[in-house]
Unconditional design. Structure first.
Length: 151
């Protein structure tokens, strides 16, 4: 079950290029953006971004750092820098019609990228090796499936 309140997106670099998708619906239809989506009920944001990237592109990733947060009065979005694990990028032909690998600089200059993704890539370039790293701490009352700490 999805929701409209908690969302995630991520930036994954593969051989010096970032993974982007061409969206097929909504206000971003036919524009390129960073992959992401909604956090499902009882799902951690890190699990959600890893699932969303896999579903949309066929690429396995792991959350490395919390790069940024976007807040609206009715929604938040956690933006992650992701580690590429495996997989060949390909479109899901549902939510996106195309998967692209572009240098961050090239993507920023394109006229068909969403404004939000452009700003996220600028943040990424400034903080490529920064952000708030994931901490290994898990309290005894939790498991890695229901707990994550950054910082």
């Amino acid at each position: 079950m999805g929701n409209g309140f908690f969302t995630v997106c991520g930036i994954v670099e593969i051989d010096g290029k970032v993974l982007l998708v061409r969206h097929t619906y909504g206000s971003a239809k036919n524009r390129i953006l960073c992959p992401g989506g909604y956090v499902e009920e009882n799902e951690l944001p890190t699990t959600a971004i890893e699932r969303e990237v896999l579903e949309e592109t066929g690429v396995v990733v792991r959350a490395r750092t919390l790069l940024s947060m976007q807040f609206k009065s009715n929604q938040w979005c956690a933006i992650y820098a992701l580690n590429y694990i495996s997989g060949t990028p390909k479109s899901d032909h549902h939510e996106n019609s195309e998967v692209l690998l572009l240098s961050p600089e090239e993507a920023i200059e394109r006229g068909d990228i969403t404004n939000m993704s452009r700003e996220l890539l600028k943040i990424y370039l400034k903080n490529k090796n920064g952000g708030i790293p994931q901490n290994d701490y898990i309290p005894k009352s939790s498991t890695e499936q229901d707990y994550v700490l950054f910082g």
